[in-house]
Design a protein around this ligand. Structure first.
Ligand SMILES: O=c1ccn([C@@H]2O[C@@H]3COP(=O)(O)O[C@H]3[C@H]2O)c(=O)[nH]1
Ligand SMILES: [Zn+2]
Ligand SMILES: [Zn+2]
Length: 245
């Protein structure tokens, strides 16, 4: 069964003309929000949607463009929609998300004292596939981003690789395509400068043509249009467009 994926934002962390790189993945009956950055509430609003359209949220790593909208999501679910949705997150990130990111804004004595007061927390072990819905199955793949900070890319339904923020790892991409049947790669892409914590366009252009032909670029800067047609055949994913994956 095909899924539909819609990026509510395709921008890099500090982009101003694109929203944060967050996605809606749906099987028709169930909608998973992949990352929930600072701009997620407005990005959904611009698409005529709200957090009420979301059935579960999955977090790749703790940076504001991926978790900064969780405070609003949690408050809206608790006090407006009165639902506790599932929060899928690597087991290594559960404590850090609450203690280092969300507690300051969400804590209320006797009412909200832990992540479980807001979400049905589902800790995920890496390299193990989990059924998120009847038709969505996700495996976390640990990928390098910032030294000492855990970050996880996604392998969805044994066919789509969705990168978290990650440094270039051609061996992983090759292995997924050649040995695990990966048919589509959605990759973060830093257009200019050295890719200290991200993968650069220059690096992705070095991939074999067979892999480039199934690779789509996201998490890009405001000057993306300057690079259209200069990406070795890799297409930029468009914010708001619905892709069959
Ligand atoms: O060593 C560092 C750490 C961070 N940063 C910036 O901070 C941003 C945080 O979100 P991001 O991971 O989407 O992108 C990161 C970069 O833009 C950086 O340039 N070098
Ligand atoms: Zn990011
Ligand atoms: Zn990041």
């Amino acid at each position: 069964m095909n899924l539909e994926l819609q990026m509510i934002g395709t921008g890099s962390a500090f982009a101003k003309t694109y929203f944060n790189n967050n996605a809606l993945l749906t099987d028709g009956a169930f909608t998973l929000l992949i990352d929930c950055g600072v701009t997620a509430p407005l990005a959904l609003h611009r698409l005529g949607k709200s957090f009420d359209d979301v059935d579960a949220v999955l977090i790749t790593h703790i940076h504001a463009d991926h978790v900064g909208g969780l405070e609003e999501l949690a408050f809206k679910m608790k006090f407006t929609y009165k639902r506790k949705i599932k929060l899928y997150i690597a087991e290594t990130l559960v404590t850090a998300l609450w203690e280092h990111s969300l507690r300051g804004g969400l804590y209320q004595e006797g009412e909200i004292t832990c992540l479980e007061d807001l979400f049905e927390v589902c800790p995920l072990a890496p390299e193990q596939a989990y059924d998120i819905s009847g038709h969505i199955r996700v495996e976390l793949i640990p990928t390098r981003h910032i030294p000492g900070k855990n970050s996880y890319s996604l392998f969805i339904n044994e066919r789509l690789f969705y990168s978290a923020d990650m440094v270039y790892d051609p061996g992983l991409l090759q292995q997924l395509v050649e040995r695990r049947g990966c048919r589509m790669i959605m990759h973060d892409c830093q257009l200019e400068g050295p890719g200290e914590v991200h993968t650069t366009l220059d690096e992705l252009m070095r991939l074999p043509e067979q892999i480039r032909s199934i690779t789509y670029l996201m998490h890009y800067a405001d000057n993306k249009d300057d690079f259209v047609g200069k990406t070795g055949g890799m297409a930029f994913i468009e914010q708001g467009r619905i892709y069959s994956v």
